[in-house]
Design a protein. Structure first.
Length: 473
């Protein structure tokens, strides 16, 4: 090993939690080393949110162009130049990535070290530098923000097939004739609808009884109907048992009561979950314990089982969202720089699936509420009853909320509809402010907006005499 260089903090991984944490601690006057083996910005900027939502925007334009006649607008044939879509995506990613890098490099007490880090002991990290050689670093505090990568299931023949992941599919230069997708989760659904709108035939293969296994069945089934209406073939309760490739044609062998014995396509996207990037960190040397799946075990203050070692973001096995990773950073920042007592307990997590229409989700599902023995009321309404959705001819989907029958407070919500994530955020704000749903029912929202639909969503509820009472009593 080289002679160690001492820092106040070492952060391994320059993701959406690690980068801001390193920068904030450095700005407070501490010496910080930020390790990154590839690109700053993490999954979100480089392989996740930024590039996928950029490409989804192109897919939506293609979809609307094909629907132009519904609005009385005449257009010609619609085609997609995937190389142009790809370049637009690359340009935006590079812009975000370079902005993050510039911010890091502007900090006088922050060293960006590019290489692959591994523990030597609890306070020591050895870095294999990308440009050759090694460096040894020490610190009393070390934070892991190493994220996750696509999980590859053990399917017979898969290792001999040139399959795609959520990263490589965005580098295709031409639209495939038939795209097979293994997995009916968020990644598979977003890419499935995207490439269907680009012009591909799309088949999604999923083991569950319905897609999005963590959502209420009625919400998942509503989205299934939308995807099938878009021309996507969904094979539920189906497993891929083997796969082979011959002369550019991929044949997937299937097992399912209502599935064909096999199906052929031009490309295969494996979207069967993600696995944590912990296998090269040599965590045992530091005394950091992991779960059976390799996620780092942390407590409510994000401390691992090793003194002075912390972990944030997807690598902990919590909700795998950028905003969660960023909030993890704020928990540590609050403790270390402000003497606060923030934890991850009872954190209200919201998320949005960027299909079209979007599915915005926050809090408990109806099924989760019942499983906890809660007495709940459900308010549900189709988007066909939303004036703004009718005006813009975007009426697919539904709104569903789960309400505590005793307190009239929201426990959770699902908004599958145009700008579902934005409408969900209104409900999330109400939950954070402990507002009874009667206040939303009576709120004079601007007309005609999507938020105004909350008046109608709760209009038919018998909320009792406390319905309009202020949250503070």
């Amino acid at each position: 090993m080289t002679d160690p260089v001492s820092y106040d903090l070492i952060v391994i991984g320059a993701g959406q939690g690690g980068g801001p944490l390193a920068g904030t601690v450095a700005e407070a006057g501490h010496d910080v080393a930020l390790l990154e083996r590839r690109h700053v910005g993490g999954t979100c900027v480089n392989r996740g949110c930024t590039p996928t939502k950029t490409m989804i925007a192109s897919a939506r334009v293609a979809h609307l162009a094909r629907r132009a006649g519904d609005y009385g607008v005449e257009t010609g044939d619609v085609s997609v130049d995937l190389e142009t879509v790809r370049q637009r995506k690359r340009d935006i990613v590079e812009s975000f990535r370079s902005g993050s890098r510039s911010s890091i490099e502007a900090k006088d007490t922050l060293d960006l070290i590019e290489g692959d880090g591994r523990f030597v002991d609890t306070n020591t990290v050895e870095v294999a530098l990308n440009d050759g050689g090694t460096r040894t670093l020490t610190a009393d505090r070390i934070v892991l923000n190493t994220g996750t990568r696509p999980a590859i299931p053990p399917i017979d023949g898969l290792d001999a097939v040139d399959f795609l992941t959520s990263t490589s599919i965005m580098e295709l230069g031409a639209v495939p004739g038939h795209l097979l997708i293994l997995g009916g989760g968020y990644i598979g659904l977003e890419f499935g609808q995207m490439f269907r709108r680009f012009g591909a035939e799309v088949t999604i293969i999923d083991r569950g009884a319905h897609i999005l296994s963590r959502e209420d069945a009625d919400v998942a089934e509503a989205l299934e109907g939308i995807l099938r209406e878009d021309g996507i073939r969904l094979l539920n309760e189906t497993s891929m048992t083997a796969v082979e490739e011959t002369d550019g044609t991929i044949t997937a062998h299937l097992d399912g009561d209502d599935a064909p014995s096999h199906i052929m396509g031009n490309e295969l996207l494996v979207a069967a979950g993600r696995r944590p990037n912990t296998d090269t960190l040599h965590l045992s040397a530091a005394g950091v314990e992991t779960t059976e799946r390799g996620h780092v075990q942390v407590d409510a203050r994000l401390a691992t089982t090793a003194d002075g070692v912390f972990a944030i973001g997807d690598v902990t096995g919590g909700p795998a969202f950028t905003h969660v990773s960023y909030d993890d950073y704020r928990v540590l920042q609050d403790h270390w720089l402000h003497g606060g007592d923030r934890t991850t307990e009872d954190r209200l997590i919201a998320y949005t699936l960027f299909t079209d229409p979007q599915l915005g989700r926050v809090g408990l599902t109806e099924e989760q509420a019942h499983s906890r023995g809660l007495d709940v009321t459900v308010a549900q309404m189709p988007m066909t009853r939303v004036a703004r959705a009718l005006e813009v001819d975007e009426t697919r989907g539904l709104m569903k909320t789960v309400i505590d029958s005793t307190t009239n407070r929201l426990l959770g919500a699902a908004v599958l509809g145009i700008e579902g994530g934005e409408v969900m955020s209104v409900l999330q704000t109400a939950m954070m402010g402990d507002l009874p749903v009667g206040r939303l029912r009576a709120a004079p929202f601007a007309h005609p907006t999507l938020a105004e639909s909350l008046n109608n969503l709760f209009a038919g509820l018998d909320l009792g005499p406390a319905a309009e009472r202020r949250a503070d009593g």
